[in-house]
Design a protein around this ligand. Structure first.
Ligand SMILES: *Cc1c(COP(=O)(O)O)cnc(C)c1O
Length: 345
């Protein structure tokens, strides 16, 4: 029914807030017994790739756009590693407003670029990295008096709490471990805030340990050191200077969790495992979560039987190149039945 309808009474919306709805949220929480069994845990995956633009960004975008319209904004701008732009462009199109998208040049997955363009956004390739594109978007928003819909926009984070609320409702309470990729660090901050809400409201006695995963080449929070030139196959988390660093560090420390890193090789292995043994195709950033669980299990650092949720933040179809790069091409035959039966043997 859309996030603003399902959770409107817990969000900062009033009768003056325009109702914006692409039926985002209410995504599946799927139990993965094959993979969970191998790891010795009860594993659940939150399929955020099932959102209308294919990533969790829609949860926050719907409120950011509704509030911007309520406040009189008539245009939107964002900087993006891909999914924010896809989401902003989708909602802008839905409400009939122009949208400017700043992309770090040459580093955006093909599907995400296709989305921003087909939704009709004004797409601008910036000759700098994400962190620089974000600064530029911020300044342009101020000068042109248009709404900035990056996760520096507080409504994004507030509305992303709905992911945690849904998990608590689906499981009856919060899980033991919550494992989530960390880029700009807004989502981990939002989930922790959402779990604490359910705890305070008396709807979950449990609070999960928050485990934030970064790619080894873009791990400012996991290492505690700035990362001026982030590099990873997981382009959605290729970020060296996270905007929500402070709240992410709090989420991890208050919950008794930790940050972990995984290599690009581990990420791609996990992407393949998730598809082959779970039937789920998620983009590389999302697969850092399973990669980390595999790594922790191998080091005997995973509590046996722990009820564990991984957030699969984006759909695998967004980055077909990453998937194709690691699989065998199709078997080629002519048009005879004999050949077909032979390759099927
Ligand atoms: C945006 C994004 C992330 C990172 O989320 P943050 O809130 O920036 O930490 C992870 N995965 C995907 C697919 C994303 O689009």
């Amino acid at each position: 029914m859309g996030v603003l309808k399902r959770y409107g009474k817990y969000l900062p919306v009033s009768e003056k807030t325009p109702s914006v709805n692409l039926e985002e949220g209410s995504t599946p929480l799927v139990r993965l017994d094959r993979i969970g069994g191998e790891l010795g845990i009860e594993l659940w995956a939150k399929l955020e790739g099932c959102n209308p633009s294919g990533s969790f960004k829609d949860r926050g975008m719907v409120l950011a756009v509704a509030k911007a319209l309520e406040d009189g904004s008539r245009a939107f701008v964002c900087a993006s590693t891909g999914n924010t732009s896809a989401s902003a462009a989708a909602y802008a199109a839905h409400v009939g407003a122009p949208c400017y998208v700043l992309l770090p040049s040459g580093k955006v997955a093909l599907g995400k670029l296709a989305q921003a363009l087909i939704y009709g956004a004004r797409v601008i390739a910036v000759g700098g990295n994400f962190d620089r594109a974000l600064e530029m978007a911020r300044e342009a928003a101020e000068l042109k008096k248009i709404a900035m819909v990056n996760s520096v926009n507080p409504y994004r984070i507030i509305s992303q709490k709905t992911g945690a609320w849904e998990i608590c409702e689906a499981l009856g309470q919060a899980p033991d471990l919550h494992v989530i990729p960390v880029g700009n660090a807004g989502n981990i901050s939002a989930y922790w805030a959402g779990y604490r809400d359910f705890n305070v409201w008396g709807r979950s006695a449990v609070l999960p340990r928050m485990i934030g995963i970064q790619a080894e080449g873009a791990a400012p929070l996991a290492t505690g050191k700035p990362c001026p030139n982030p590099e990873t196959v997981a382009t959605a988390i290729r970020i060296g200077n996270p905007v929500s660093a402070k709240t992410a560090i709090e989420a991890v420390s208050q919950s008794g969790g930790f940050f972990e890193t995984v290599t690009d090789g581990e990420i791609l292995n996990a992407q393949k495992a998730l598809a082959e043994r779970g039937g789920i195709f998620a983009e590389p950033a999302s697969c850092t979560t399973l990669a980390a669980l595999v790594k922790l299990a191998a080091a005997k650092k995973l509590p046996q039987g722990a009820k564990t949720v991984i957030v699969l933040t984006g759909n695998g179809l967004k980055d077909p190149d990453a998937a194709i790069s690691q699989v065998e091409p199709p078997v080629k035959i002519g048009d005879s039945l004999e050949e077909l039966l032979e390759v099927m043997a």
